[in-house]
Ligand binder design. Sequence first.
Ligand code: SAM
Length: 167
Amino acid sequence: MNTGERWFRSGGEGWYPGLYEWFFSKTRKGIALRAREEEIVYEMLATALEPDHLVVEFGSGTGNYTVPLARRCAGMVTVEVSEEMQGYLRERLLREGLTNVETRPGRLEDGLGTPEKFDGALAMGPFFYVRNLEEGLRTLIFKFIKRVGTSRIGITAVLRRVFVYSY
Ligand SMILES: C[S@@+](CC[C@H](N)C(=O)[O-])C[C@H]1O[C@@H](n2cnc3c(N)ncnc32)[C@H](O)[C@@H]1O
């Protein structure tokens, strides 16, 4: 397997939730990266997210965005390819007493297998592992977001980290 193949494997292997959280909460680089990213995401959320909204999140990881979003909306579905990450998130949701999040195994590019539509779609990270960026974005916008017709679509993208909203 060459470097490109390694980079683009869209599998769930190699994710260590504890290590991931340590990097983003304890190292200078990780803290700075997360702070910048959160600033951009929360700025957009402040104008778009409503308490009655349903949000789908792909690549939820340790739940850094799942937990604050779930507190501010009606419900969420998370789709995560790594079993370790999913297990970590489930425990975290239990600890936090959050019951409005449904966690599902899967990959962004495979969809949900159902015709469900959401008010917002968050994908912070999995786009690093989606080969065809344009196709991935189209899927995110047209397959998962409600009311694409005449509504305004907001997209926040930071280096393959994407938040799409219909409002
Ligand atoms: C960089 S982490 C980001 C985690 C979280 N969104 C955050 O911002 O803290 C990327 C996550 O995407 C997941 N992932 C990778 N490829 C994926 C895919 N094709 N579909 C869904 N999730 C994927 C990984 O397992 C990992 O949990």
